[in-house]
Design a protein around this ligand. Structure first.
Ligand SMILES: [Zn+2]
Length: 292
């Protein structure tokens, strides 16, 4: 891969964030992966002097629904570019009154209520159980929350439990009340399996969630619809972009972090028994862990 196509920081854009403003010398790249095509287009450039890869997870023009996002290809492609740290930006509904539309949330926990999405790189021939006790990188999410507070000009919540639903329909009122009963804080359709796959790929991953609505539980607010999500996201995209720029400027180049060695104690298959075809296919992800 040409040097100018390499990147160290990945940004995955969500609803309303299809370009990364300020990305200099952008080049569209296509990265082959064993998991098919990534959401396109993947753009690599420079932001605040750092090499950044930007990938709109729904594609430009929002063509890909949540259930069809090629999350494995997306995460693999970022890894292949040399990325070590990823921020996933997303629009979310709020399940609590004090997380208001327009606010930013840096979630600390994740509940995966998706159904049947391809959520692991591994399978037959190589069984891997990574820890997801803390699904978001503790270091990166702390830096992200600091950057948001410094740059976003809107209230920032530095914790929250994100429940990921399958969609594409929004919640029923009963579901929305159930999630509130379960003490979920925000709801979206994309953090899973993205966060899980980032951990399997040994990438530091954090989420930047922009509250666009109150889902449908709030009697004093309109029930969420897609227009509302787009409008609030468009008004607040600048807060997200400013946050990302402030974060990227300060991120360590080569962070020491447990995420980057997440597979060290996660492979349960006898390493000598892993079929060659699996080794070849997943070399980028597991090469360093099978050779010794
Ligand atoms: Zn980390």
């Amino acid at each position: 891969m040409a040097k100018q196509e390499r990147a160290e920081i990945g940004v995955i854009g969500g609803s309303g964030l299809y370009d990364l403003a300020g990305l200099e010398r952008p080049e569209v790249v296509r990265v082959p992966t064993p998991f098919g095509a990534h959401s396109g287009p993947l753009v690599v450039g420079e932001l605040r002097g750092r090499r950044v890869a930007f990938l709109p997870r729904h594609g430009r023009g929002h063509l890909v629904p949540p259930s069809a996002i090629p999350a494995r290809a997306n995460v693999y492609a970022l890894k292949a570019l040399g990325v070590t740290q990823v921020v996933g930006v997303s629009a979310v509904g709020s399940l609590r009154a004090d997380y208001e539309p327009g606010h930013l949330v840096v979630p600390h926990q994740l509940v995966d209520w998706t159904k049947g999405r391809a959520s692991t790189f591994f399978g037959e021939g190589l069984v891997v159980h990574v820890s997801l006790a803390d699904p978001y990188c503790l270091r990166l999410r702390a830096d992200l929350a600091d950057a948001a507070r410094a740059a976003a000009n809107t209230p920032v919540h530095d914790s929250g439990t994100y429940i990921c639903m399958e969609g594409p329909q929004f919640s029923t009122r009963a579901e929305s009340e159930l999630y509130r009963f379960l003490k979920m804080d925000v709801i979206g359709m994309t953090a899973a399996p993205e966060a899980k796959l980032a951990r399997e790929a040994e990438l530091c991953y954090a989420g930047l969630a922009l509250v666009t609505d109150y889902d449908c539980w709030h009697s004093g607010a309109e029930d969420v619809d897609a227009d509302q999500v787009s409008q609030v996201m468009a008004r607040n995209a600048e807060a997200a972009v400013n946050t990302l720029a402030a974060l990227i400027e300060k991120l360590p180049a080569d962070p020491e972090c447990p995420c980057r060695n997440a597979l060290a104690h996660a492979i349960i298959t006898d390493r000598t028994a892993v079929p060659q075809v699996v080794r070849d296919q997943l070399e980028l992800l597991i090469g360093g862990h099978l050779s010794h």
